[in-house]
Design a protein around this ligand. Structure first.
Ligand code: ASP
Length: 404
């Protein structure tokens, strides 16, 4: 690792720790630095759309023959589906073993405004969200899924028009390089940005005393999610070691992105950094450009795991018995709901409604887990980004050999 990267990792680590300590100790007073965090977050968000468009188009066209896209795409989807399903499985195992919801008092009987205002989303809505009638509106609203579908189709068509595609491909290759350069510049701002984001959020939650009492109220649930996430994180690490020649060094390279994921609670906002770190770690750029944008949008291992634990926790609290059939339904719907969740803060909380209604649980149950959700969001987003990053390394060997 270069000295520059070393300094940045240490800076980001110190920023994150200082953010937690200051937010914990000084509470709402830290809201005064929240704007600095917003500035950092906005700088990252500013890059998402041009970066995704350029990366996906340049990534797909660099694969060459359109038929090769099918193979790489197939393995990517397979990897994402298998790891998401195993995350849900781990979640179900730990929640069945620990039973965090048994005996928990029902604290609320109201659907939180943040959830009810989003309306109910079904699986058909997730499928429909693949296509947008207006690509500009989708981009303006950061709806990444239809944007990526459009870019995939656009790039695929581009590879079929012969010589005429040269200038267009060069344009998107160049745009991609420029965006990555901007990411490096923004990265220098990360230590202070992450400090402010975390301190501001801890301050918003009322500081250490308030957070402690929330954690005590649902401590066992919190611990169950964290334990499941930790097991899945290690499982992904084993996948990395077994299927690629990478290991600890890769994790170290990715630390900047993982801390940013923790700081922002958004895998989409972290995407520019995830791509930068994976390229620095030596992953083939074609894999980075193709696998990571798709991953940041549809691959949410941490979210899937959290949804299965949360729904089972709510069932236990309401003393609804969940047999094997219900748990299979949770398994399937949590996997789909996680795919449908956008890479933005607390998106998983909203798509969890799909899982709750699939097993006839009251939506009000969300009130039980709301207080600590902002914090769990940070941990699950970190696992989401780790899952995407391992994916880029696992898919790398499946890339066609002949092109650049
Ligand atoms: N915040 C998560 C992400 O961006 C999604 C969620 O679980 O709410 O990856």
């Amino acid at each position: 690792m270069s000295i520059r990267e070393n300094k940045l990792v240490i800076g980001i680590l110190l920023g994150a720790i200082a953010g937690i300590v200051c937010g914990w100790l000084f509470g709402p007073a830290m809201l005064s630095v929240a704007w600095i965090g917003d500035l950092f977050l906005d700088a990252l968000k500013m890059m998402i759309i041009p970066l995704i468009v350029a990366a996906v188009i340049s990534g797909v066209t660099s694969l060459g023959d359109i038929r090769k896209l099918g193979k790489v795409g197939g393995f990517t989807i397979l990897y994402y589906a298998l790891t998401t399903a195993s995350a849900v499985f781990i979640g179900l195992v730990v929640v069945n073993l620990i039973q965090p919801g048994v005996g928990v008092e029902q604290l609320s009987d109201k659907v939180p405004e943040s959830v009810s205002s989003k309306g109910n989303t079904g699986i058909v809505d997730i499928i429909k969200s693949l296509i947008t009638p207006n690509i500009i509106t989708a981009a303006a609203n950061t709806q990444l899924l239809p944007l990526i579908v459009f870019c995939l189709l656009f790039a695929a068509a581009l590879t079929t028009i012969g010589e005429k595609n040269r200038t267009i491909i060069q344009f998107f290759d160049g745009l991609n390089e420029v965006m990555m350069k901007l990411v490096i510049w923004v990265m220098y701002f990360a230590p202070i940005g992450i400090f402010a984001l975390i301190a501001g959020q801890f301050g918003k939650a009322g500081g250490g005393t308030a957070i402690k009492s929330e954690l005590i109220a649902v401590g066992s649930y919190f611990f169950t999610v964290i334990l499941g996430l930790a097991i899945h994180f290690i499982l992904l690490f084993i996948v990395l070691i077994v299927f690629t020649k990478r290991g600890r060094a890769y994790l170290t390279k990715l630390l900047r992105a993982l801390f940013t994921a923790f700081g922002t609670a958004s895998s989409s906002a972290t995407l520019p950094l995830t791509m930068e770190c994976a390229i620095e770690a030596g992953v083939d750029k074609r894999s980075v450009k193709f696998v990571l944008p798709i991953g940041a949008t549809i691959n949410m291992d941490g979210t899937a795991l959290y949804e299965s634990v949360a729904v089972m926790f709510i069932a236990q609290a309401y003393a609804h018995s969940m047999g094997i059939t219900e748990q299979i339904i949770i398994f399937i719907t949590a996997t789909l709901a996680a795919i449908g969740a956008a890479g933005i803060p607390q998106a998983g909380l909203v798509t969890m409604l799909i899982v709750l209604s699939a097993v006839n649980l009251p939506v009000e149950g969300i009130g039980l887990i709301l207080a600590v959700d902002w914090l769990l969001d940070r941990f699950r987003t970190t696992v989401n980004v780790w899952g995407d990053s391992v994916g880029a390394a696992v898919i790398e060997p499946f890339l066609p050999k002949n092109d650049n």
